[in-house]
Design a protein around this ligand. Structure first.
Ligand SMILES: Nc1ncnc2c1ncn2[C@@H]1O[C@H](COP(=O)(O)OP(=O)(O)OP(=O)(O)O)[C@@H](O)[C@H]1O
Length: 604
């Protein structure tokens, strides 16, 4: 998301909250229940001053105790109605808030899952998580508690004003004249609260993003004695969030003080007039009492409304941040009329004059006219110095990004013309940094095929040389492996990833060999697992091991985003070019199993 757009102020203060309206209409039952119970509660409250007037003007002067009994029984009934209506209001309104925010969270998450790699190149995951949690919570309190208070006070305020007019049109006209004086400044304050609150949420998200990163990397932080600097960086992020939140709160306090002074000030002024009318006998004491209660209701609810306005403005800041995610358009989307890929899949891959620069680094071309073709069933090794563009080839094939120029074809079809889901069905990847989810071993292997049977998962694990170690775990395939698979060794994680790819059984395998050295036994096991996986399918492997290049049908040597040499190990060694240099480096350093990543000058 373009960051500069984030700060664009919307013209109207609480407009971003309109996002929740479609959700509101989805739950009409709850919304109607809330509205009805709100109305009943407010109407009941409004009848109380009527009773007070009757008591003052008639009740105490009348010695008929029957009248008093009926009167107080009625009041008791009213109290029970008020209590029940308030309880129902609370239930409906809070449930509605929870319901809407659950839906909103789900929709925002679903949208985030669809976004392209380029989005995540520039946005931090912790920042996004903060939107899903902190911002959504603010909206929940706005929709739930705040909206309920707002509606109740709005009804109460309008009702009280109506009753004021009914009680004394003369005094009411004075009150009504004061209202614009109060409302307009309130709206202005509300806008400033929204802006500040948005800033506070941005700051909080930045702090969360940093916390997420640091917590995920505690081992590295500790290894480098970085606790102190991490602590102080997080501390200042939190401090900045606090300052921004305080600024928002300050704006809200000013708003509240202003509102209460104005509202009660005008009530006092009006009553002053009223008191003179009573003295002049043109108004009964009971009527002034009734008017007084209604104006206190009206003033109280206006005061509450001003506070609610502050809260709604704050929630609008949060809604704005969620809207940005909801409105984010994935860069890679299925075409409107996707071309069907040929069936059965053959596993052919072709790059034709592909040029590409990462969106986060538009001036640097990672691929510069890359062309090659891989026949169905062929095993092709890609080698080259660090930064040559090897991993980029995989990202392009998986269509994380689209090329600036040129065409990529899978099974003869341009990848841009097909549904990305159909394309990715045909590809299985074993990345260098294996992703393990904090769930069971079974679910990790079955990640691409969630309905796979236990037998199928087991068969894949056996083929990936993983069954034995899984059997030794506490609960076998049901063992939870911890976040990012922390309870597993590097080799074990890799074999789980291989089992995942075996289970997916896609016609094209993308393999990014791990550079990290495994112990000899793990190495042999991983190698065996890969041999199984590579059988009978097209394999593109970013190779770091001699064994792998020796086994490949063909080796592509990449440098600066294009192919510079091509052939078998022997023919390339004979050519004496870049490959020969890379290979020599490896032998010179005696690391038989590893390709050295960059062709540094050979030391004498
Ligand atoms: N997400 C990204 N955003 C911007 N630039 C990137 C991104 N990923 C890679 N690059 C750049 O693109 C170039 C090619 O990177 P790539 O990862 O494809 O290299 P590689 O050959 O796989 O290197 P290595 O062997 O070190 O993994 C590098 O210069 C790298 O800095």
């Amino acid at each position: 998301m373009p960051r500069q757009e984030k700060q664009t102020p919307a013209r109207r203060s609480i407009r971003p909250l309109a996002t929740v309206l479609p959700y509101l209409s989805r739950y009409r039952g709850l919304a109607i229940g809330a509205a009805v119970s709100l109305t009943i509660a407010a109407a009941t409250t409004l009848t109380l001053p009527l009773a007070v007037r009757r008591m003052i003007d008639h009740g105490f002067s009348n010695s008929d105790s029957g009248f008093i009994n009926t009167y107080f029984s009625m009041l008791m009934v009213l109290a029970v109605v008020l209590a029940l209506a308030s309880a129902a209001r609370y239930y409906f309104v809070i449930s509605l808030g929870e319901r809407i925010v659950a839906d909103l969270r789900r929709d925002v998450f679903a949208r985030v899952m669809q976004l392209s790699a380029s989005f995540f190149d520039v946005n931090q995951s912790g920042e996004i998580v903060s939107r899903l949690t902190a911002d959504a919570t603010q909206i929940k309190s706005a929709v739930g508690a705040t909206a309920s208070v707002a509606l109740r006070n709005l009804i109460l305020c309008l009702g009280a004003m109506g009753m004021m007019v009914y009680t004394s049109p003369k005094l009411s006209s004075l009150v009504l004249a004061a209202i614009p004086l109060i409302v307009f400044p309130l709206v202005g304050f509300g806008r400033s609260v929204r802006r500040r609150s948005r800033e506070a949420q941005d700051m909080l998200a930045a702090a969360s993003a940093y916390a997420g990163e640091a917590i995920a990397a505690t081992r590295t932080v500790q290894a480098f004695n970085g606790e102190e600097s991490a602590r102080s960086r997080y501390g200042s992020a939190v401090e900045a969030a606090y300052r921004a939140a305080r600024a928002a709160t300050r704006a809200r306090s000013v708003l509240t003080a202003f509102a209460i002074t104005m509202v009660f000030g005008s009530v006092v002024a009006v009553l002053w007039f009223g008191a003179r009318d009573v003295l002049a006998d043109s108004l009964s004491a009971g009527t002034l009492g009734q008017f007084l209660l209604y104006s206190v209701f009206a003033a109280g609810s206006l005061g509450a409304l001003s506070e609610v306005w502050g809260e709604l403005s704050q929630a609008a800041g949060a809604a704005e941040r969620l809207n940005e995610l909801l409105n984010e358009v994935p860069e890679i989307e299925a075409p409107e009329h996707p071309v069907a890929m040929p069936v059965p899949a053959t596993g052919a891959v072709e790059f034709e004059n592909v040029h590409f620069a990462y969106p986060a680094r538009p001036d640097y071309k990672s691929l510069r006219g890359l062309s090659f073709a891989v026949r169905p069933g062929e095993t092709v090794a890609i080698v080259g110095p660090s930064g040559a563009g090897k991993s980029t080839v995989f990202s392009m094939l998986l269509r994380y990004y689209d090329p600036a120029k040129g065409t990529i074809r899978v099974d003869g079809t341009d990848v841009r013309a097909v549904d990305p889901e159909e394309l990715r069905e045909r590809l299985a990847i074993v990345p260098q940094d294996v992703t393990i989810f904090a769930t069971s071993v079974h679910d990790n292997i079955a990640f691409g095929v969630p309905d796979a049977s236990r037998e199928a998962v087991r068969a894949a694990a056996v083929a990936a040389q993983a069954d034995e170690f899984i059997g030794r775990l506490d609960r076998g395939y049901d063992t939870l492996v911890g976040e990012r698979g922390v309870t597993l060794s590097g080799g074990q994680r890799q074999r789980i990833a291989i089992a995942r790819a075996i289970l997916k059984n896609a016609p094209i395998l993308l393999l990014d060999e791990a550079t990290s050295a495994l112990d000899a036994e793990s190495e042999t096991l991983v190698q065996k697992a890969l041999d199984v996986l590579m059988q009978e399918r097209t394999t593109l492997v970013i190779a770091h091991r001699l064994a792998t290049v020796l086994k490949a049908d063909r080796i592509l040597v990449m440098e600066h985003g294009r192919i510079v040499e091509e052939g078998t190990h022997e023919s390339l060694i004979r050519q004496g070019g870049l490959y020969a240099k890379l290979a020599r480096l490896q032998f010179d350093h005696g690391a038989e199993a590893l390709f050295v990543a960059s062709p540094a000058p050979i030391s004498p």
